[in-house]
Design a protein around this ligand. Structure first.
Ligand code: AMP
Ligand code: MG
Length: 334
């Protein structure tokens, strides 16, 4: 697919970064990088993102994940394996709040929750038995260290959406690293990684979105942070959700109940060294809710990758934010 491309770099002075914009994964990307040769890396970036979709996108009919979910005899690649392993690592770390086997339940509710009214207790319970089973992935199979196949038990569907966008940001970052580009800012749909400093010696500036009133609201920036060799990812319930009897249900499913989470947490932004990690933890915190997340962070004081800010409506309907001390240090303006 050909996408509209804006290349703003054409006649930049030498100390200005190359700036690219494009579309991927149903959203936008904007990328800035310092490169003495002022190379236009857009074709490489687009092809990288396309390759990524062919592995992990649920919207790509013939992606590996779709084939695996159809229980076809699919050959998986290193990236798929890596996504799976990372997902299990976070699953264990978060005591199950994060679970890439949630796919069948996400589908049950339907994209945008189109089937939500028809969902029965019985359906939820029967799909939950797959999510909770440790036997769901029957095994992977390596042949001549090339063909790697995966077999899912009947009923199980994988979903990497909670980690995929962040992972793709890291994927582009690795490409820049391999090209010797030492200073860049990559933003795919609001999931960001910043490496090095700008040429004026300052860190890259990233706006943290204020949770919008509803899915139609304009984007507003709550605060700005300075990022240096770090990534920031936001998960929220204000873009994808449905409302019933005045309660908002997000597109995040609690694997413990099989139901969309519904609590006062509007959104959470997580700062980590790698974007896949920030992405996975932001989703996990949306599942846990504010209190459990703050407790989790307190119980893991040595983890530098869970610097976070939480946006909530408290019991009185008042808008509040909670930031970890490490996150507060990143704030450069209010
Ligand atoms: P994110 O926007 O990164 O928070 O990802 C949300 C998406 O991840 C949802 O649209 C689902 O496809 C998937 N998802 C929902 N609940 C979970 C969960 N508990 N663990 C892992 N993925 C989930
Ligand atoms: Mg996520």
């Amino acid at each position: 697919m050909l996408l509209p491309i804006v290349l703003l770099a054409a006649c930049n002075p030498k100390n200005e970064p190359v700036r690219l914009q494009g579309e991927a994964q149903g959203t936008y990307y904007t990328i800035a990088y310092y490169d003495e040769q002022h190379r236009n890396l857009q074709p490489q970036i687009d092809s990288l993102l396309h390759d990524f979709d062919l592995t992990a996108s649920l919207w790509e009919e013939n992606s590996i994940i779709r084939k695996v979910n159809r229980h076809e005899d699919s050959v998986i690649n290193d990236m798929f394996n890596d996504l799976l392993e990372k997902s299990w690592t976070i699953n264990e770390y978060t005591n199950g709040a994060f679970n890439c086997e949630i796919g069948a339940l996400v589908n049950l509710y339907g994209f945008g929750f189109k089937n939500r009214e028809d969902v029965t207790e019985h359906q939820i319970d029967s799909l939950l038995s797959y999510v909770r089973s440790s036997e769901t992935i029957v095994g992977t199979f390596v042949e001549d260290s090339i063909y790697k196949k995966i077999f899912l038990s009947e009923g199980v569907e994988l979903d990497f959406n909670a980690i995929a966008q962040g992972y793709s940001v890291d994927f582009i970052a690795r490409m820049f690293d391999s090209l010797g580009i030492e200073s860049y800012l990559i933003d795919v749909g609001g999931e960001v990684i910043a490496k090095g400093l700008k040429h004026n010696g300052e860190p890259w500036t990233v706006g943290i979105e204020r949770p919008a009133e509803n899915k139609y609201s304009e984007q507003e920036i709550e605060t700005a942070i300075g990022l240096h060799d770090m990534s920031v990812v936001t998960s929220g319930n204000y873009r994808k959700y449905y409302e019933k009897d005045g309660v908002r249900y997000s597109h995040t499913i609690d694997p413990a109940t099989g139901r969309p989470v519904s609590h006062s947490l509007l959104s959470v932004s997580v700062v980590s060294r790698e974007a896949w990690y920030a992405d996975a933890m932001a989703t996990s915190f949306m599942v846990m809710g504010l209190e459990k997340s703050l407790q989790f962070i307190a119980e893991h004081p040595d983890n530098p990758d869970i610097q976070a800010v939480f946006f909530i409506y408290d019991d009185h309907g008042e808008y509040k934010t909670y930031a970890t001390p490490e996150f507060q240090q990143l704030i450069i303006e209010k």
